[in-house]
Design a protein around this ligand. Structure first.
Ligand SMILES: [Zn+2]
Length: 303
């Protein structure tokens, strides 16, 4: 009888010990934050211990991030997705670090963001954290805004487009969006001059493809025709109510195949200087990304 009681008791004790150790690690993260934020916290002998536990906590998180970056399974757009390597530039910008995703520093920055977002600040980029990122990014998009009136549309010169043979009725976009786009590209040319082909007067050279418009305003009729042409493109690829029908959405050339969602293509795109520059700077001009499509940017001033 005694032995029968003893076995579960030992089991519960072991489990409690593990839970305590786990919680201790996290409370010590909070404790460390308190120390940074609060002016009245005394420095004590326990600081050394807290710091060492903390850094080992983030070393573990960093190792876990190195693994999950290429292997985390999650769902989006009706498809199973693998890993989050494609989103590293966006994630890094969101949490405010340039550190590599497998570093302790990245895990620390992530844990701060998690804490601010009401998630357990583990420093580990798991499915819950990724869902919080996508929710945050999606919240800054156009949303279900209505169709644009044709008074607000204008045509941009064909030279601004990726495809020099694009049909004349596909060169339209919202006036303000176009003005903001032009300012943004001028800034990109100033910042990335050496990475881009630039004219003597400081504009994108005619044969430079980066930052050119791949697609702008799409009428509902044109969108329907696109969907008919690619019936199996899936929800994430070709939406029924496209943000392009607002005239405020632009597909911008950032490398690779212009608008292909294949992981290998998007991995190429997110490593180009053009994409990385947009991630860091587009918001200054009112543009916010659709995280899943590195080329898709929406003009949502004031978000
Ligand atoms: Zn688009």
């Amino acid at each position: 009888m005694k032995i029968r009681l003893l076995v579960p008791a030992v089991g519960i004790s072991v489990i409690s010990l593990f839970i305590s150790l786990f919680l201790l690690g996290h409370f010590e993260i909070y404790a460390q934050r308190e120390r940074v934020v609060g002016p009245y916290v005394k420095q004590t002998a326990s600081v050394t211990k807290v710091v060492s536990t903390r850094s080992s906590t983030f070393a573990r998180a960093a190792a876990e991030n190195a693994r999950l970056r290429g292997s985390l399974t999650w769902a989006f757009g009706g498809k199973t997705q693998t890993g989050w390597a494609i989103y590293v530039p966006l994630i890094s910008h969101t949490i405010g670090t340039d550190a590599a995703p497998e570093s302790d520093e990245f895990a620390l920055a992530l844990s701060n963001w998690q804490g601010d977002s009401g998630i357990l600040p583990s420093g580990i980029l798991d499915a819950e954290t990724l869902a919080a990122f996508t929710k945050h990014w999606q919240s800054r998009r156009l949303g279900r805004s209505g169709l644009i009136s044709s008074d607000s549309l204008r045509s941009a010169p064909i030279g601004e487009f990726f495809d020099p043979t694009r049909a004349p009725d596909l060169l339209r976009l919202d006036r303000e969006t176009y003005a903001a786009y032009q300012k943004m590209v001028a800034a990109a040319v100033r910042d990335l001059g050496q990475e881009l082909k630039v004219t003597k007067t400081g504009e994108l050279a005619p044969d430079e493809k980066f930052f050119r418009i791949v697609s702008a305003y799409r009428s509902p009729e044109y969108q329907a025709a696109l969907r008919r042409r690619e019936p199996n493109a899936g929800r994430a690829a070709l939406a029924k109510h496209s943000p392009h029908s607002t005239g405020h959405a632009l597909d911008i050339y950032v490398g690779g195949e212009p608008v292909r969602t294949l992981d290998s293509n998007r991995l190429i795109q997110v490593q180009t200087p053009a994409y990385k520059w947009l991630v860091k700077n587009a918001h200054r001009f009112g543009f916010y990304p659709y995280f899943y499509e590195p080329w898709h940017w929406e003009y949502v001033p004031g978000k």
